[in-house]
Design a protein around this ligand. Structure first.
Ligand code: IMP
Ligand code: MG
Length: 186
């Protein structure tokens, strides 16, 4: 774990201070490169559709796809944020549904961070009805407390600490997504 750099406060932080930089930009870059190699090797044949779960995955996905050295397509998916109210309904509402067909394709679902795993479990259930060849999950961060994730996360960037993290796509109330590092704030 790197220590927050000394010096003037980061002007991107709305006056907040970094408590700890969990993953610095060079460390993220190295790991994303490795993930790209893992993913390239994991799909020797077939069509690959990389589906980014918005908004949190947008930075990670942009870097990740450029490290995957095989043909692929990119689309996005937006799940509604009902919070925990719909926990019992077992359904997920897709605010944006990919136009790209999933049929007979390998689907790689890209998420910023797996916390409870609830969102992803429901999404995979929905996507599985569309005849894909396979569905796997790639998450930049995994808190390993995902009691509700019924599907394994095949590709994981980092085993994240159980604290609230921002940056590299992750937000707090929509702020801080543009930080080039992942940090916890004071
Ligand atoms: P889950 O359905 O409980 O796994 O929730 C995952 C979603 O919660 C992620 O896509 C994030 O949007 C959000 N989330 C969970 N933990 C954090 C965090 O530490 N920082 C920022 N967002 C988080
Ligand atoms: Mg999110």
């Amino acid at each position: 774990m790197s220590v927050a750099p000394a010096g003037p406060a980061d002007p991107r932080l709305l006056g907040r201070a970094v408590k700890r930089i969990a993953y610095g930009a060079p460390e993220i870059e190295r790991r994303v490169h490795e993930l790209g190699e893992e993913i390239t090797a994991a799909y020797p044949d077939g069509e690959l559709l990389v589906l980014g779960l918005l908004k949190g995955s947008f930075v990670f996905l942009a870097d990740l796809v450029r490290q995957i050295r095989r043909p692929l397509q990119v689309d996005f998916i937006v799940a509604s944020s009902y919070g925990y109210d719909t926990a019992s309904s077992g359904t997920v509402n897709l605010v944006y549904d990919p136009e790209t067909s999933l049929e007979e394709k390998h689907i790689l679902l890209v998420e910023d961070i797996v916390d409870s795993g609830r969102t992803l479990s429901r999404l995979v259930d929905v996507l599985q009805t569309r005849g894909p060849k396979s569905i796997d999950i790639c998450a930049l961060l995994h808190k390993h407390i995902a009691a509700e994730l019924r599907y394994p996360t095949r590709f994981i960037g980092f085993d994240a600490p159980n604290e609230f993290l921002v940056g590299y796509g992750l937000d707090h109330a929509e702020d801080f997504r543009h930080l080039p590092y992942v940090a916890s704030l004071q």
